[in-house]
Design a protein around this ligand. Structure first.
Ligand SMILES: [Zn+2]
Ligand SMILES: [Zn+2]
Length: 134
């Protein structure tokens, strides 16, 4: 389905096509640190449909233990993470950060990866005290 979205301050906007069944959660330590949260959610968008409509993301290149390099793109003004992608030109897949997708309510993740570093307290989330607002 067609998606669009952008960063919190509105500088970066994008559009593309994504399959709701392909949304996933990553529990790896890098995703926890780079997102500032317990895990990260993302959905793949192929480069032939992905287009930055406004703004220009800043790119941080992360080097994994394996030596693999990966671009982490974020808004230079508000810091919202936008996507990760392999470096270089040519056809590729962008992992769009689901929280920036306007249609995110329709993308319930179907897969969790790096579950071995999953925060244990997530198991109790449904029974953690919840307020409708702060
Ligand atoms: Zn922004
Ligand atoms: Zn990760």
């Amino acid at each position: 389905m067609k998606i669009d979205g952008g960063c919190h301050c509105g500088y970066i906007t994008y559009e593309g096509e994504a399959d709701p069944a392909a949304a996933s959660i990553c529990h790896c330590a890098d995703c926890q640190q780079l997102s500032g949260s317990a895990f990260r959610t993302a959905v793949p968008v192929k480069s032939d449909t992905f287009r930055i409509v406004t703004g220009e993301p800043t790119v941080y290149v992360k080097t994994a233990d394996s030596g693999n390099k990966r671009q982490q793109a974020f808004c230079p003004r508000c810091g919202s993470p936008i996507f990760s992608a392999p470096p270089g030109d040519g056809p590729k897949t962008y992992m769009i950060r689901l929280g920036t997708v306007r249609q995110r309510d329709r993308f319930a993740p179907k897969l969790q990866i790096w579950a071995r570093s999953r925060q244990q307290w997530l198991d109790n989330l449904s029974s953690t005290r919840a307020l409708e607002k702060e």
